[in-house]
Design a protein around this ligand. Sequence first.
Ligand code: CTP
Length: 397
Amino acid sequence: MLKGKSVLLGISGGIAAYKSAYLCSMLVKAGCDVQVIMTENATNFVGPATFEALTGHRTLTDTFDRNHEFSTEHVSVADKTDLVIIAPATANVLAKFAHGIADDMLTTTVLACDCLKIAAPAMNTRMYENPVTSDNLKTLKAYGWDILEPASGRLACGDVGKGRMPEPDVLFDAVVQAVSSPKDMTGLNVLVSAGPTREALDPVRFITNHSSGKMGYAIAGAAATRGAHVTLVSGPVAITPPADADIVSVESAQEMYNAVTDRAGKNDIIIMAAAVADYTPLHYSDQKIKKSDSDYSLELARTKDILKALGEIKEKNQTLCGFAMETENVLENARKKLISKKADIIAANTANGENTGFKTDTNILTLITKDNETTLPLMTKEECAHRLLDAILELRR
Ligand code: CTP
């Protein structure tokens, strides 16, 4: 995947700079042509010669170095670069990248690069959590940068917290991921719903279903990786949300209805992967319902069908995707949902397969549109997510 790619490895002044030598070596071994540019501060932590030995290229540090091959070296390096990774990225260089400040070889060259860019922030926790840094990271994301989440642990300053640069193999995987997934959703707003809902009977009990949220979270993660701005409306689940998505946590079907319909107008693509309860207790008891010796029956009221409501108010150029979770007559039932809910695409799956449905890491999806029906082979939910997004983008063409 990386063979023949020109990678610009930018190193700024942090103690994690020593780890970048491993990353550099991994990239070279994978067949990349790696050009290293260091800030002056970075050279206090690790020597340019280390990277020269690994890459076979002169490590660039000084914009006005008279030994440069070209007179406008920053532009010529930028021209040939397929991917930029800044590791470690200090608060200082992130601020410069976010605001177009170009005052050394690294910042000038990166400003001239119009390719994929990844930054691995590494700094003290309070510097990382400072709103100024958070704003700069948001700005960079809006400009299409991939920002890797720092790890937590003991920092060089002795503090314990978030701010460690991820290990070289994590950075390497991020490079592979960035090269393999196209940024074909940049500029799109995507709303994904995921997980189950909980319908409360009393303060201690609720009705729910087996949804794990894995499929919806995989879709949210895949869309964010492809450059979309993602809002994830999630019922209660036990999995970590993608770092780049805006998370809206809800419990009941009514809360999910409110959260999704409030935001629907701002989104180009809405994917309802949540397993929304169809019924909710008609009466909620403020106090715990006490048992008696006789049987107990529960009266249930219908919840609102969110997807159907979205279908009614669907805007031009908006793409609506629903799921169909079935145990029998899968395709027939799914096609009915496509029509009755005015969706553009339905991803049908079965609840009772061995490797499919709610709790598994894999799934078999059949993608149903007005004109097409495609059954995908068994694959991971992440792969399913990408194939579903491919199909949605195809519909929008
Ligand atoms: N859905 C919804 N609101 C509901 C119920 C379902 O938005 N109250 C959405 C789901 O998120 C999914 C699609 O509708 O995208 C189909 O859900 P599914 O549970 O398969 O079917 P239902 O519409 O609930 O119909 P049935 O239970 O009869 O199969």
